[in-house]
Every structure is written in structure tokens, then in C-alpha cells.
Design a protein around this ligand. Sequence first.
Ligand SMILES: *[C@@H]1O[C@H](CO)[C@@H](O)[C@H](O)[C@H]1NC(C)=O
Ligand SMILES: *[C@@H]1O[C@H](CO)[C@@H](O)[C@H](O)[C@H]1NC(C)=O
Ligand SMILES: *[C@@H]1O[C@H](CO)[C@@H](O)[C@H](O)[C@H]1NC(C)=O
Ligand SMILES: *[C@@H]1O[C@H](CO)[C@@H](O)[C@H](O)[C@H]1NC(C)=O
Length: 193
Amino acid sequence: MKNLPIALTLIISTLLSIAAAAPWAQTLTKGNKNITKLHFYVHNLDGGPKLPNNTVFLVANASITATSPTRFGHVDVFDDLVTAAPDIRSEQVARVQGTAAYAGLQSFAIALNAHFYITSGEFNRSTLGVAAHITVMDRSREVPVIGGTGAFRLARGYCLSSIYSSDFATGYSILEYTIYVVTHSHEIVWTGA
Ligand SMILES: *[C@@H]1O[C@H](CO)[C@@H](O)[C@H](O)[C@H]1NC(C)=O
Ligand SMILES: *[C@@H]1O[C@H](CO)[C@@H](O)[C@H](O)[C@H]1NC(C)=O
Ligand SMILES: *[C@@H]1O[C@H](CO)[C@@H](O)[C@H](O)[C@H]1NC(C)=O
Ligand SMILES: *[C@@H]1O[C@H](CO)[C@@H](O)[C@H](O)[C@H]1NC(C)=O
């Protein structure tokens, strides 16, 4: 069939445009559970406190940080913009705020405590709390969702995150996050006395 390459190209470009158009938040109801998938990009700029758009600031070092090969005791606080697409000018959907503490004496590891604060769409003003051990050298990371507020009350779930891009010279990195959150499909309310 002569037109096969053209047909294939059409199919592939259609599939790509569907993938590109996938909304950043989607919910499926299965039985008495809602499963929500969030997919977005975190903009982390650790370029020094003098940059007006810096989003990561050093809070403290430990007495041994300066001589620690794993930066033990270094604590950062951050407030990163979250967008629907990798471009920082794309739709703003959340902030992620928290602390990252270098907590490995022998390995390059971070104890991460963070909160996604949704600022757009049907989950506006809901939050998701995450806490994790991160091996700094891993390109893909798994972070548990430990709870939430608003639409995410009683939430459980996990995030898969990876480094979408990283520029060592400027300290600007983009992290891609896919979060799966399970909640009840009907709100559980107190009906007792
Ligand atoms: C941050 O600001 C600097 C200088 O104002 C600019 O060159 C850079 O592109 C900005 N970075 C981000 C990630 O917005
Ligand atoms: C922490 O250590 C870094 C280098 O190791 C240094 O640049 C910075 O000034 C120190 N900051 C504090 C708050 O101790
Ligand atoms: C989200 O909530 C804020 C109030 O916290 C409101 O100002 C804003 O318009 C809302 N945005 C959307 C997209 O619903
Ligand atoms: C569960 O998901 C459905 C479909 O998105 C939604 O209508 C419903 O409000 C959700 N339930 C809760 C408790 O948020």
C-alpha cells in the first residue's frame, strides 16, 4: 500500500496531539474510590539568593556540612511554581512548598517534606502532602503521598518524578511529576452525635 507511510504519520501525529492535549488532572471512579492522576512540571531555581526569581533558599548547615562529602545537615526551603507543561510560561496549576534536608551521612540523600497547593481548576486550594527519602543520583524517584486537604481529604497515593531538564550553570531544573491519588468517591462525614 503506497499511502501507508502517510497513514502511519497521520496516526502517530494524532496520537501525539492527544497525548499533548491530556489534561493535567483526571479522575476515574472505581467502586467507592476516586483515582486522580495529576501530571505537571515543577520549576526549581537554586541560582543563589540574589536572583529575583530564585525559589530555593538555604536555611542552615550543620557543624559537619562543610567537611561532609554528602552535604549532611544542609537544609533548603523552597516554593516552586508548578505548570501544566514544561514551559514555565504554560498554565500555572500549583505551588510546591517545603524543605529538603541532606540527611545521608554515607549517601547523597534528601529527606523531603513538601506540600502541593493546587491553584487552578476543580482542585483549586486543595493540598497534597508528600514525604520521602530521595537518592539524589536517581533520575527517577518515587515519593509517597501521605495525605491531603479539600478534595484530597483521606488521600493516599504516590508520585513518580523525574528530572525533565537540569542546568548546572544556572541552577534551574524542571522536574516532571505524575501523581496518583486515591480518595473516597463519596465524602465520609460524621453523622454521630
Ligand atoms: C530568572 O531571572 C533571570 C534574570 O532575571 C533570567 O535570566 C532567567 O531566565 C530567569 N529564570 C527563570 C527560570 O525564570
Ligand atoms: C552553608 O555552607 C555553604 C557552603 O558549604 C556556605 O556557602 C553557606 O554560607 C553556609 N550557610 C550557612 C547559613 O551556614
Ligand atoms: C482559585 O482560588 C482562588 C482563591 O483562593 C481564586 O482567587 C481563583 O480565582 C481560583 N482559581 C480558579 C481557576 O478557580
Ligand atoms: C469523585 O469523582 C467524581 C468524578 O470526577 C466527582 O464527581 C466526585 O465529586 C468525586 N468525589 C469526591 C468525594 O470528591
